[in-house]
Write a protein that binds this ligand. Sequence first.
Ligand SMILES: CC(C)(COP(=O)(O)OP(=O)(O)OC[C@H]1O[C@@H](n2cnc3c(N)ncnc32)[C@H](O)[C@@H]1OP(=O)(O)O)[C@@H](O)C(=O)NCCC(=O)NCCS
Length: 186
Amino acid sequence: MPVLTKRWLQWPKLRSVRARPILGGSPDGCPDIGFLADDDRHFELFAAWLYRQWSAPRGETLENRRQALRGQMRIDRLPIALVAYWQGTPAGIVSLRRNDLQSRLRVGPWLSALYVDEALRGHGIGGALVGATLSLAAWLDHPEVWLFTTDRARFYERLGWERVPPIPEELRQNPQPLVFRHATGI
Ligand SMILES: CC(C)(COP(=O)(O)OP(=O)(O)OC[C@H]1O[C@@H](n2cnc3c(N)ncnc32)[C@H](O)[C@@H]1OP(=O)(O)O)[C@@H](O)C(=O)NCCC(=O)NCCS
């Protein structure tokens, strides 16, 4: 039995969120979600996705992105990266971290760097990663999770996230960060 499977079975809350351990496929159409820390075979691919999406446009290096991601290979202490597989193929990634927005340092933790492989979008993988992040936060005893987006507000609204009114500092930013929060149910 792979390590990931063993860890998953010790984590009943996450199992309940449309996700199962990697057992060789997803016949019911749900992605498999687990910790990056448990399976780093596709580390370079995940780093490359995040680099292309966020680091390169900001002029940051791939090595910086690798270092940040290595720091998220944890299980029970933030920051933590979760990864999704679709029929055995690496499909997406998300992080739960303590801070993500300079204007809101007193709240958190934050869902951050959600990314789904372009070829696999529209299958519910992004939504499942968001759900798994909420379960992870609950498991770590956080009553709510925060996030910000500049262009995906509708995606999070559809998933039931509550838009938080902007504060003056955020109104001055371009693009403006749209802040959301969601209770974890604990
Ligand atoms: C945002 C993102 C994570 C969504 O991932 P996803 O796996 O497509 O998400 P889901 O399938 O759960 O839901 C996506 C929704 O948008 C639609 N959608 C988005 N991209 C789509 C695509 N390429 N093809 C078809 N539908 C798409 C889906 O129909 C779905 O709508 P619904 O909730 O009404 O059914 C993904 O588009 C992505 O990685 N984007 C680039 C990085 C990014 O913007 N991250 C978010 C930063 S705040």
